[in-house]
Write a protein that binds this ligand. Structure first.
Ligand SMILES: [Zn+2]
Length: 280
């Protein structure tokens, strides 16, 4: 099999919101911002090809489904569906994917399931030959959001997933459809967020969106339950570090994966890789 990091569409988001209650004096040492106080955010996906004969895509990024006004609001500057182009660079199309594993259904992780915006046209659900894996607990949140996180979901996408007949709920640490991939769940960012481990790579999703959030007390303004998230992150870092796993970051603008080290009680990254591209 091959493990490949793929770029999806990127976005520009308010840096203060990305760092929760951390003051600007602190986070401005870690990231650069534009005149609107926005920082660059990647939407990186992980592709496993020929894994037990199947092609598995972990997440789809924000995609290009937003209408022009919203695209501008969320700083999605590419006109094209970048993930589809990234797949093409590896000789693949969305039709070649057998499984799309979704950590959660926030638009910046699942919007890439939809076709790019076209004036006057309804978006289509891409990946016609894939099963879409999501945790049942998270699905319940996505179809019945709280007023605080309603804007993070795409009701049209939820309806299309349900109508596809290819939506599969994962509730346990393994799934018969995907032997060799293990799953665990956290609730601090959003209820039922699912983290997959394939080989020695664990998909952090929004529990640790990038390198800066490795430092345990740093959380995002978008996290629904920050104290719980910090406890979950501490366990997650301890367990996967002990297993010598590499941590896959979907939102980090620079790096795809890294290992972690613990120095005087503080986690930091080591063995950083900008691009993950390896045959195993
Ligand atoms: Zn999220």
């Amino acid at each position: 099999m091959k493990l490949i990091s793929l770029q999806g569409n990127s976005q520009m988001l308010d840096a203060g919101a990305m760092f929760g209650n951390a003051p600007k004096a602190l986070w401005s040492r870690w990231v650069e911002t534009d005149e609107l106080n926005r920082m660059s955010i990647a939407c990186r996906c992980l592709l496993a090809t020929d894994f037990n004969g199947k092609n598995i895509l972990f997440e789809t990024g924000i995609g290009a489904f937003f209408e022009p006004k919203l695209k501008q609001r969320f700083g999605v500057n590419e006109p094209n569906h970048v993930l589809l182009d990234s797949l093409k660079q590896h000789g693949m199309t969305h039709q070649d994917i057998d499984f799309v594993v979704l950590s959660h259904l926030h638009f910046d992780h699942a919007g890439g399931l939809l076709s790019a915006y076209e004036d006057g046209k309804e978006p289509e659900l891409l990946f016609p030959n894939a099963k879409y894996l999501v945790s049942e607990k998270h699905w319940q949140r996505a179809v019945k959001p709280h007023p605080r996180d309603r804007a993070s979901f795409i009701p049209k996408l939820n309806a299309l997933l349900e109508q596809s007949g290819r939506l599969v709920f994962v509730n346990d640490s393994s799934c018969d459809l995907l032997p060799g991939v293990t799953f665990e769940f956290t609730d601090g960012h959003t209820p039922g967020m699912m983290h997959s481990t394939i080989a020695d790579v664990v998909f952090c999703a929004d529990l640790i969106p990038g390198k800066a959030w490795i430092h345990v007390p740093i959380s995002m303004g978008y996290d629904r339950f920050p104290e719980l998230l910090i406890d979950e992150k501490t366990n997650f870092l301890n367990e996967h570090s002990q297993l010598n796993h590499r941590f896959f970051f979907t939102h980090d603008p620079e790096i795809s994966v890294a290992k972690t080290v613990l120095n005087e009680g503080r986690f930091s990254t080591t063995d950083e890789q900008k691009i993950l591209l390896e045959e195993r």
